[in-house]
Ligand binder design. Structure first.
Ligand SMILES: *[C@@H]1O[C@H](CO)[C@@H](O)[C@H](O)[C@H]1NC(C)=O
Length: 444
C-alpha cells in the first residue's frame, strides 16, 4: 500500500511538473516554477546562497557617460555613470529547454535581494540615482541590476599645473553592511574594455577629456573587519586652450607692453598703472577659479603674481626715474636761472654798450657810406654767424644732462636689462614646467 501511494504521489508530481514544464510558453509557468508568484519575502531578505559560508561574488561594471562639471573650489566632480551589477542567486535556476527556451526573465527589484553597494566619495543627493525598477534573471541563476546616476564625488585636485593639469579621481564601491567573507566585489568586463566603452560612449566632456580608467579591487581591513572594495580611478585631463587664450596670452601681452613702455618718451606712469590694473582684473578672475586651500600654490597663480610684481616694480622704477629727473630739473633750473640772470645782465650791458654805437654806426654809415650790396651781405652773414653760435651754446646748455639725469639714464638702462633678463628666464622656467608636463601627459 505504502509503495503504491508513493508511486501514485510520484506520478502526480511528475504529471504536475511536466504539465508546468511543457507549458504554454508563458512567463507565468516559469514564475510558478521559481516560486515567485506569491510575495516571497525570504527571497528579498536573505543573501541568495544555500550555505551561508558561501561568498556572494558581485560583478560591478561602471561606464562613464559624461563629465558634467568639475568644481575646483569645492573639489568635486560631477559625472554621469551607468552601473551594472551581476551576482548569482542559487535559488533561481531553470532549464530553458523545459520553458520554451526562455532564457531571461524580469522581475521587480523589490522581490529579490540586491547588494547594498554604495560609493564612498558620493556627495550627491539620492534623487540623482535612477535604479532600474526591474531585475533581469538568466536561466543559470545570474541576476542583473542596472542603474544610472548623476554622481557628484569628492576628489582631491592637484592644481599645481593648472591649466595644464591632469586629475585623478577615485570612485570607490563597497558594501555598506557585508564583510569580505560574505560579499566580494570585482568587475565582469576587463579594465581596457570599460575604459574603451567609456571613451566611445562619452557625450558631454566639456573642458575635460577622459584619459584612462583603471580598476583595482582588494579587501580592506577596518577594525578587524575586512571589507571588499572596488576602486575605479578616472584620469581626466583639462583642455587648456581657453585658459591659454583668456589668461596666459593676455598676461604675456601685458608683459610685452610693459617692456615696450621703456621706450616711451614722456609720460609712462599712467600707462604702466593701466597695465597693472588690467593684470589685477585677471588676478580677480583667477581667484574665482582656484581654491585657496591649496598647499602647493598653482603655477598659474605664481605666474600672475610674478607678472603683477614685475609690472609693479617697473612702476616703482618709473617713479624713481621721474623723481630723479624732477630733481635734475630743479637743480638745473636753479643753475640756469642763475646763468640766465647773468646772461641777461651781460646782454643788457652789451646792448647798452653796443646799441648806441651800432645805431650811430648805422646812422652814420647808411647815409654817408652807402655800402654796396656785397658788403651788406657780408654784414648780415656775420650777424647770422654770431646768432647761430649763441643759439648753439644755449641748446648745448639745455641738453647737457645734470648728474641726476645721467644717474636716471644709467638706472633705467640697467633696470631694463635686468628686467628683460628676469622675464626671459621666468618665461623659460614656466615653459619647461608647464608644457613639459603637459606634453608628457599627452604622450601617455
Ligand atoms: C558549508 O560550506 C562549508 C565551507 O565550504 C563546508 O565546510 C560545510 O560542510 C558546508 N555545509 C553544508 C551543510 O553543506
Amino acid at each position: 500500500m505504502s509503495g503504491l501511494t508513493i508511486l501514485a504521489f510520484l506520478a502526480v508530481t511528475a504529471a504536475g511538473v511536466s504539465s508546468s514544464e511543457t507549458s504554454d510558453c508563458s512567463y507565468l509557468s516559469l514564475l510558478t516554477h521559481l516560486n515567485l508568484i506569491q510575495t516571497n519575502s525570504s527571497m528579498s531578505i536573505m543573501r541568495p546562497v544555500k550555505n551561508w559560508t558561501t561568498t556572494t561574488l558581485v560583478y560591478l561594471d561602471m561606464v562613464l557617460y559624461g563629465i558634467l562639471e568639475v568644481d575646483e573650489m569645492s573639489q568635486t566632480v560631477t559625472t554621469h555613470i551607468q552601473t551594472q551589477m551581476k551576482w548569482r542567486n542559487e535559488f533561481l535556476r531553470w532549464n530553458s529547454s523545459n520553458f520554451c527556451e526562455i532564457k531571461t526573465l524580469t522581475v521587480p527589484r523589490k522581490m529579490l535581494w540586491v547588494p547594498d553597494v554604495a560609493i564612498q566619495e558620493d556627495t550627491s543627493d539620492t534623487g540623482s540615482i535612477q535604479n532600474s525598477p526591474l531585475l533581469t534573471l538568466t536561466n543559470d541563476g545570474l541576476v542583473i541590476a542596472n542603474g544610472r546616476q548623476r554622481l557628484t564625488t569628492t576628489c582631491q585636485f592637484n592644481l599645481y599645473l593648472f591649466p595644464f593639469d591632469t586629475q585623478r579621481c577615485r570612485i570607490t564601491f563597497s558594501s555598506m553592511n557585508y564583510d569580505a567573507e560574505s560579499m566580494k566585489l570585482s568587475t565582469f568586463n576587463s579594465e581596457a574594455t570599460l575604459s574603451l566603452v567609456s571613451e566611445q560612449i562619452m557625450i558631454t566632456q566639456g573642458e575635460w577629456q577622459l584619459l584612462n580608467m583603471t580598476i583595482i579591487y582588494f579587501s580592506f581591513d577596518i577594525q578587524n573587519v575586512s571589507q571588499s572594495r572596488l576602486i575605479y580611478t578616472v584620469f581626466i585631463m583639462r583642455k587648456p586652450m581657453l585658459y591659454v587664450i583668456n589668461l596666459i596670452v593676455p598676461l604675456l601681452y601685458f608683459l610685452i607692453l610693459d617692456l615696450a613702455s621703456f621706450f616711451i618718451r614722456g609720460e609712462k606712469l599712467s600707462f604702466k598703472v593701466t597695465v597693472l590694473l588690467s593684470i589685477s582684473v585677471l588676478l580677480l578672475i583667477l581667484q574665482d577659479m582656484l581654491p585657496s586651500t591649496e598647499d602647493k600654490l598653482p603655477l598659474m597663480a605664481s605666474f600672475c603674481v610674478s607678472v603683477f610684481t614685475l609690472v609693479g616694480l617697473s612702476i616703482l622704477e618709473t617713479m624713481l626715474m621721474d623723481f630723479l629727473l624732477g630733481l635734475d630739473d630743479y637743480c638745473g633750473n636753479k643753475a640756469q636761472n642763475a646763468v640766465n640772470s647773468q646772461e641777461v645782465e651781460i646782454q643788457l650791458e652789451g646792448n647798452s654798450h653796443k646799441d648806441p654805437s651800432a645805431a650811430e654806426e648805422r646812422g652814420q654809415v647808411s647815409p654817408v657810406m652807402k655800402p654796396s650790396e656785397g658788403e651788406l651781405l657780408m654784414l648780415i652773414l656775420e650777424e647770422v654767424k654770431v646768432a647761430r653760435q649763441e643759439t648753439g651754446r644755449q641748446v648745448k646748455d639745455d641738453r647737457k644732462p645734470g648728474r641726476y639725469a645721467r644717474l636716471a639714464q644709467i638706472i633705467d638702462s640697467v633696470y631694463f636689462f635686468l628686467y628683460f633678463l628676469t622675464i626671459a628666464t621666468y618665461l623659460m622656467y614656466m615653459n619647461v614646467e608647464w608644457l613639459g608636463s603637459y606634453l608628457s601627459n599627452n604622450k601617455e
